[in-house]
Design a protein around this ligand. Structure first.
Ligand code: DHE
Length: 518
């Protein structure tokens, strides 16, 4: 009888014990396979946070596929060879579980994270080097989380310094080019003084951040977060917190922010949301000083506002679909956006929220990498595709597709300069990722395909301020930045770097050059 009781008790206990063992296995599996990128507590790192609140648009079946096959256009590899289907299923179940303690990043946490190393006005106002301060390049080296500052005339390295872990998105400059703001995937904003080669202030805006934007007058910084669901506004001088905007629809459903950009002609920040079909516009105070003309934009710009939303308040613009990836026309009247799952893009008038055109662009156009130029008297924009070996060229007046160029594989980044006859696009994915195409902007033909280093990824171009020379990354840990002559396409110089990703020229960025990202 005693034995019977024990057997019954054991039998009752076994499922619980085995569930516990399963849970321990899954936890271990997560820690060994996923935590390095997605964070030990699923709060995100190089990869996004893996929590139910951040996965609302990803069905468990799709999550299974991502774990098995990897995710296009990201650093997520496939685990189909390493993990069996039960292990993948247990990980999927794990990431949809609510976290043991809900993640939070409160106002107090933001305030407590702020560090001011050099208060405003305490450092000299002259650069400590001789190079042209408007023709500098910042090169982000993701291999060992550093950045290099290059002289854009001699291409000498002026300085190399440590950055926060996993910077993502373009650093943003103040309009005078003196300060640069970096954003890291884990939420840190760093303000760096290029004249004095010093970090001046830092603050942590969130747990899992997308990007940052700086107002046209250089006075405000806005951070866009995946986690928490928020936009966070700072005074740019010392990164003092001004306001936290919880991001949710009017019914209270929260959303990640796809990205935020400064729209100088509107005098506002524009943020696209990932889980709500809305775009948010947040105006900053209009400039009082006279307008200075610099290239095709003016700094600071006379804002063209179609609304009377008070400064720093949110204007909600309903849009027909989620905007994962987006781009603006030159006067920021229209947003050209696409949802990752969609079969094309759309053009929305930011003044009235109306869709003015559909873009027949299958194959995940990477609109965020779009560039524009004048072609036969009209403005066109070109975009690579993340899942199609093509570059689409679109007429920005009637939004028709002018041409689809076949490439050697899907690309990630495009670049040009108003003074260059060429546009450059990489082949970021697939066996031809060591190739870069050069497109003639007048004939809309690929006129050259370069293979700078066989077998090594070649990606992301940035021109100097004159549009005469350019930098291309060999995107490897023992990589390099190659300097090319923009007209003859000859290689001029190689500068060794640790996995150089983006490169950002001060003049091009501060003048909203048409061939670069903004
Ligand atoms: Fe990026 C810019 C989104 C994956 C390198 N990337 C941007 C921007 C957005 C974006 C919204 C513009 C922000 C800005 O500049 O202010 N990136 C996304 C994604 O949604 C995606 C596909 C998935 C993700 O993991 O977030 C993604 N991006 C990557 C990468 O895997 C890349 C290649 C390597 C990395 O460092 O993570 C990568 N993204 C970059 C770079 C820029 C960028 C280098 C800035 C480009 C520029 O020239 O301005």
């Amino acid at each position: 009888m005693k034995f019977f009781n024990l057997a019954v008790r054991l039998a009752l206990l076994l499922p619980a014990v085995s569930a516990l063992a399963d849970e321990t296995d899954t936890r271990t599996l997560y820690q060994t396979q996923c935590a390095a990128c997605h964070g030990e507590t699923r709060l995100g790192g190089i990869g996004p946070a893996l929590l139910p609140g951040n996965l609302s648009r990803l069905k468990p079946d799709a999550a299974t596929q991502v774990i098995r096959d990897g995710r296009l256009a990201s650093q997520m590899p496939g685990f189909g060879e390493t993990l069996d289907s039960d292990e993948i299923a247990s990980l999927v179940e794990w990431i949809y579980r609510p976290p043991e303690s809900p993640p939070s990043w409160t106002k107090d946490a933001i305030l407590a994270s702020q560090v001011v190393l050099h208060s405003e006005g305490s450092l000299p106002n002259e650069p400590v080097f001789d190079a042209d301060p408007l023709n500098l390049f910042i090169v982000v080296e993701t291999g060992d989380h550093h950045a290099s500052l290059l002289d854009g005339d001699s291409f000498e390295r002026i300085h190399r310094f440590e950055t926060r872990y996993a910077l993502h998105g373009g650093p943003k400059y103040t309009p005078d080019g003196r300060y640069v703001f970096f954003g890291s995937r884990d939420g840190w904003i760093t303000k760096y003084d290029l004249y004095n080669l010093e970090v001046v202030a830092e603050v942590r805006a969130g747990i899992n951040m997308r990007n940052i934007a700086v107002s046209a007058d250089g006075r405000y910084v806005m951070a866009a977060n995946y986690l928490p669901h928020s936009l966070v506004l700072f005074d740019a001088h010392e990164l003092d917190l001004m306001k936290v905007y919880p991001v949710a629809d009017e019914a209270g459903n929260g959303s990640r922010v796809s990205a935020v950009y400064a729209a100088p002609p509107r005098g506002s920040f524009i943020a696209a949301l990932k889980d709500i079909k809305e775009v948010w516009e947040i105006p900053w105070p209009l400039p009082t000083e006279p307008v200075v003309s610099t290239g095709h934009m003016s700094t600071p710009l006379a804002a063209r506002r179609s609304h009377d939303t008070p400064n720093f308040h949110v204007r909600r613009i309903s849009v027909p679909d989620y905007l994962d990836d987006f781009f603006f026309d030159l006067d920021y009247r229209h947003v050209i956006g696409a949802s990752r799952g969609g079969q094309g893009g759309m053009v929305v008038d930011l003044d009235n929220g109306e869709k003015v055109a559909e873009l027949p662009l299958a194959g995940m156009p990477h609109l965020g990498s779009g560039i524009t130029w004048e072609y036969e008297g009209r403005r066109v924009m070109a975009t690579p595709h993340l899942s199609k070996a093509a570059v689409s060229i679109i007429d920005m007046q009637d939004w028709s597709v002018v041409k689809t160029l076949e490439t050697d594989g899907p690309g990630f980044f495009m670049r040009s300069h108003a003074n260059s006859p060429y546009a450059w696009v990489d082949v970021f994915f697939g066996p031809n990722r060591d190739r870069v195409h050069v497109i003639d902007k007048a004939s809309l033909e690929i006129v050259e395909t370069l293979i700078p280093e066989p077998g090594k990824t070649a990606a992301h171009v940035e021109f100097d301020r004159y549009g005469k020379k350019l930098l291309l990354s060999i995107w490897e840990d023992d990589g390099a930045v190659i300097v090319y002559d923009g007209d003859t396409l000859e290689e001029l110089q190689r500068i060794p770097m640790r996995k150089p990703s983006g490169k950002y020229n001060v003049w091009n960025k501060t003048h909203y050059e048409e061939g670069t990202s903004h």
